[in-house]
Design a protein around this ligand. Sequence first.
Ligand code: G4P
Length: 274
Amino acid sequence: MRINWYPGHMNKARREIGKVMPKVDLLMEVLDARIPMSSENPLIPPLRGDKPFIKILNKADLADPNLTAQWVRHLEKQPGVKAIPIQKDRISEVKGLVTLARKMVPERRPGGRPMMAMILGIPNVGKSTLINTMIGRAIAKTGNKPAVTQQQARIKLGKDFVLLDTPGFLWPRLDPPECGYRLAVTGAVKDAVIEFDDIAFFAAEFMIKTYPSLLSVKYKLDVIPDTPLELLEAIAAKRGCVGKGGVVNLHKVSELFIRELRSGTMGRLSMERP
Ligand code: G4P
């Protein structure tokens, strides 16, 4: 599967981040708790300096709790980093992010200016939902086009706290190539550019190796097949994705499998370990 990011956009995003960074007191990056590595913006670490950094492991309700705990320990090994698992229905924990941000930044800033926190996140990671909960009202979605810099939204949170929403800085990590697959499986890449059959094979192989018990419960399989194709065929048989003459509709079963995996109905799972 190929995802194209244009080097020109990437460079522009890098410049924009570089421009805004000196004004920023703290960074917040919304990650997908199921793929904390692939959902990270690789442009940020080299530009961050030593600014305090909150890594929000969002959609923690969908992720494997043991692995999320491991990620928290791993991420917090970096100086100045706090990692917080979050899910959208835990309102007080989401609002608590503002309190944490205030604690991580010294009280006094040059000229008495308000604290500026930059929030980043790749598309569909749940950034808008999180901002809406943090500020207690719905803001317009800032738009998802990678690195096509739109107006940065400055959202005031009280007298002395400004949240800077940066729609243009949305580059995910695409190296190694598995990252692209994981982004597609979890829904960070638009379905229009995805070939479901392709990512379903990747996801099926991952599930056979990592979470066979979730598969056997979800699809009532006594034996977990050895190969992705056999697994998808077995699911197709259970879910009526078989056409005339017993021909498996591979596209239909692939889409069904990916949607079920994404939605969490298969169980909580993480595709990356630290
Ligand atoms: P974005 O701004 O980063 O692009 O993401 P957005 O907030 O629009 O959220 C993308 C999808 O992720 C939404 O689902 C949203 O409900 C879901 N989401 C956000 N946070 C969480 C979370 O903590 N846990 C889970 N399970 N899902 C979360 P959607 O189906 O696209 O929209 P909707 O049906 O919720 O309206």
